[in-house]
Write a protein that binds this ligand. Sequence first.
Ligand code: GRF
Length: 218
Amino acid sequence: MGEPGRERGQKTRGEHLRVGVLASGRGSNLQAILDAIDAGRLAARVVVVVSDRADAQALDRARRHGAKAVFVDPRQHPDREAFDRAMLAVLDEHKVELVCLAGFMRLLTPGFIAAYRHRILNIHPALLPSFPGLHAQRQALAYGAKISGATAHFVDEGVDTGPIILQAAVPVLDDDTEETLSARILAEEHKIYPRAIQLFVEGRLEIQGRRVIIREGS
Ligand code: GRF
């Protein structure tokens, strides 16, 4: 298994990793990443935000931050492979070294994942491997889970199956609705996702099979 921090994304201290964010909607996780960068907690630069929706709030957030915002229209491409190739061309053009999914509502093709092997991260609103896929918070409530949470993980070919980097747990309360549980989980997403990205930036993530070992910082 490769060591992502030692591959193309590796930076020495002081340099800023070039991040591309893929987002379909609200973009609050994108905002958390941008805020962490502004606060000096994340040594990265969001160079481009790509969306499959022209009206994604994430694109506005990118523009406000001075990052390039690009809409790639799925209807302009005959199949998923062609759509992903169009996204890859945008990422390539911006010399993106790490791809962060932030509420991106499409499955990536194997070709895309191969192009950024071990350099794609995602944030999921449940404690994986519980409740992968859509509506994770609704799934947790329906199942009767007492604890749920958020997971930052590498992306592989499966649906939310890649090696786990960080997780945060939150209680599921008796009077929770999907909205209240989602809000409690979202607050944790916003903490752990920028942290996971910073660990990647520092080259401290070592993938050993399914496990991600977090090396000591120097
Ligand atoms: C988050 O709950 C994230 O975990 C999931 O999609 C949602 C995106 O929210 N993958 P936002 O667009 O980042 O606000």
